[in-house]
Design a protein around this ligand. Structure first.
Ligand SMILES: Cc1cc2nc3c(=O)[nH]c(=O)nc-3n(C[C@H](O)[C@H](O)[C@H](O)COP(=O)(O)OP(=O)(O)OC[C@H]3O[C@@H](n4cnc5c(N)ncnc54)[C@H](O)[C@@H]3O)c2cc1C
Length: 439
């Protein structure tokens, strides 16, 4: 008899959510994590008295999204989410709230009036294309833009493409922006979208977890049923073996017999872990594209960022998203100090030292005097999602060609982004396991 019903490879948020759900469904789970810590790119740690996250985060779809569904069903301890607040757009030194609906868009004078009207026309054309059933997954944002748009407006759309999709507007599919939520069988997506455009108040179902990202991981760990989940860290899986199905997972120092495996590492690494995968499958995995990011955390001796919310730095080079996390939870910084994260999306190829300097210079040039108040600097180079939804690139799937072998994480599911996307992948994995009669 096997010691475990299922082996989960990787203890990022998708691996841990999978382990929690399966253990609550009565399965005995072994989690193998290659690093010495849990949480992957969704965790927090201490630096000089500040508690930094792995990149700046807004947790989305908290009212009825996939994480909420998993929390309702499987969590004994639920994180406390604080409303994320306003998204401010900063363009050339001026700041305004992000225009979520048409009324605000018309008043959004950080972009020229002519551009705003032209872009509205593009938007209605796009909704029309959607209504006649045109596939927008291969149409890029730049394809639908009117000619002679100002550079600032193009930059604004490029910023949105990089932060929502992880790529430039030339490579970002329109479908990502239009709609990718689940719909009830008879609903018409574009009507919902149009309704949203007219009345939406903004990102009202987004939050920041009190205590930092770590509180999400801690909630999962504290919800594991007794004696159902074993976690081994510093245990990198080097090979997954079997013949037609899964038989064994091999790490540097050990091997584990098992019939069912959930893999949450990079799907693009699977061809190195499993021999004789079908060629078409390998080709798709090899063509997955991912984005690179740099986050600079600054501890400040003065409260410089006063707003509850974040700033989108549209005209900075590289583009930045700025979140003063200690405004959500003062305990993340020493008393009287402020902790701010600046996340930059980086090009495919970059020189780490040069880009750090350039990004820090951008911060210093954007916020006069900030240098005087810097108490701590911490840099993180991380991959936000294991696959960007780039036109004509590969993408993984929960289902694989191997029996009882599944993948989860941000390269196994296209819906939404980040933590929500990871959570969607876990929900789908549970569905597939049910139809495979494992659950
Ligand atoms: C800068 C930045 C900003 C972000 N902003 C947001 C945001 O605003 N909102 C949001 O929702 N999300 C955001 N995210 C994204 C979000 O954090 C991630 O998408 C999510 O945490 C990914 O989870 P995952 O489980 O898919 O992958 P990972 O966290 O990468 O987990 C995979 C785990 O598997 C382990 N592993 C890999 N290979 C092996 C192996 N062979 N053997 C054993 N273990 C292995 C890895 O060490 C890792 O722990 C951001 C991320 C970054 C970096």
């Amino acid at each position: 008899m096997k010691d475990y019903d299922v082996v989960v490879i990787g203890a990022g948020i998708s691996g841990l959510l999978s382990a929690l759900a399966l253990s609550k469904e009565g399965k005995k789970v072994l989690v193998l994590e290659k690093e010495g810590y849990l949480g992957g790119v969704c965790r927090s740690y201490e630096v000089d008295g500040y508690y930094v996250d792995t990149g700046v985060h807004a947790i989305t779809r908290l009212e009825e999204g996939p994480l909420r569904e998993l929390m309702n069903k499987y969590f004994d301890v639920v994180p406390n989410f604080i409303p994320f607040g306003t998204y401010y757009v900063r363009i050339d030194g001026r700041i305004k709230p992000f225009p979520w609906n048409i009324k605000n868009w018309l008043m959004f004078d950080l972009l020229p009036t002519k551009d705003r009207l032209l872009l509205m026309k593009s938007l209605f054309n796009t909704l029309y294309m959607l209504s006649i059933g045109r596939d927008l997954s291969t149409v890029s944002i730049s394809d639908i833009l009117p000619a002679n748009l100002s550079i600032t407006s193009k930059t604004f759309l490029d910023w949105l493409s990089y932060f929502m999709v992880g790529t430039s507007m030339e490579n970002a599919p329109v479908s990502r922006f239009i709609d990718n939520r689940e719909h009830k069988p008879n609903s018409i997506p574009y009507v919902g979208k149009l309704y949203n455009l007219l009345i939406t108040e903004g990102a009202t179902d987004q939050g920041y977890p009190k205590g930092g990202l770590q509180s999400i991981v801690d909630s999962i760990l504290n919800s594991f049923p007794k004696n159902k989940v074993e976690i081994k860290t510093n245990e990198e899986v080097l090979k997954i073996q079997g013949n037609g199905g899964i038989k064994e997972v091999i790490t540097k120092g050990d091997s584990y017999d098992c019939n069912t495996v959930i893999y949450s590492g990079f799907a693009s690494n699977l061809p190195d872990l499993i021999d004789n995968l079908p060629k078409v499958y390998v080709k798709n995995l090899r063509s997955i594209r991912k984005a690179n990011s740099l986050t600079i955390w600054l501890g400040l001796t003065k409260n410089i960022f006063k707003n509850q919310g974040s700033e989108m730095w549209v005209t900075s080079d590289p583009y930045a998203w700025v979140v003063p996390t200690s405004n959500y939870d003062q305990k993340l910084a020493p008393k009287g100090k402020q902790l701010v994260g600046f996340t930059f999306i980086l090009p495919d190829e970059y020189n780490a030292l040069r880009i750090r300097k350039k990004a820090l210079d951008t911060i210093i040039n954007t916020i006069p005097d900030i240098e005087k108040y810097i108490d701590m600097i911490h840099y993180q180079e991380l991959i936000p999602e294991k696959a960007s939804w780039v036109i004509n690139s590969g993408f993984g799937d929960v289902k694989t060609p191997i029996r009882n072998f599944y993948t989860v994480g941000t390269d196994a599911e296209k819906r939404s982004a980040g933590v929500s996307r990871a959570a969607y992948s876990v929900l789908r994995c549970l569905e597939v396991m049910k139809s495979d009669k494992f659950l």
